[in-house]
Design a protein around this ligand. Structure first.
Ligand SMILES: [Zn+2]
Length: 142
């Protein structure tokens, strides 16, 4: 399973981050936690999201969705702030009809927080970054 390359904000080293792992990704150079942002679909969602070692923020989005593009940078920012404590999993619902049906996605973006595969929080529609942060922090305390 190939991962994405992310740049360490602490030292600038480029690291390859796996889609699924038992721990959380850290910089190979300075060992700071790295933002964990990966894509998943119908086939690998169980491995990438449901069996993740940390809480997962799921972004159900589609390429044609304007509000999705608005929240995407805010979600990436949160993944950076909460590196080591959170995994951001992005699901393109156009390519994941089973997940769309399973979670009854009516509107996108739909954001969900999963803890050990269970949905502990969910919200539909875009929101400004501070509102998303507050929602996420509350969900992580559950
Ligand atoms: Zn580093």
């Amino acid at each position: 399973m190939p991962g994405d390359v992310v740049r360490c904000e602490n030292c600038g080293r480029r690291n390859r981050v796996p889609a699924a792992a038992t721990g959380t990704p850290r910089c190979g150079n300075c060992h700071q936690p790295l933002p964990w942002i990966v894509d998943a679909g119908d086939e690998d969602f169980a491995e990438v999201a449901e069996r993740a070692s940390v809480p997962v923020l799921v972004d159900l989005w589609a390429p044609w969705c304007g509000p999705c593009r608005m929240v995407s940078p805010a979600l990436a920012q949160l993944a950076g702030e909460m590196a080591g404590r959170l995994k951001l999993v992005k699901v393109n619902v156009d390519e994941a009809p089973k997940l769309q049906q399973r979670y009854g996605v009516q509107a996108i973006p739909t954001l969900m927080v999963l803890r050990k595969g269970q949905v502990v929080a969910r919200q539909a529609g875009a929101a400004p970054a501070p509102a998303l942060r507050a929602w996420l922090e509350q969900a992580l305390q559950r």
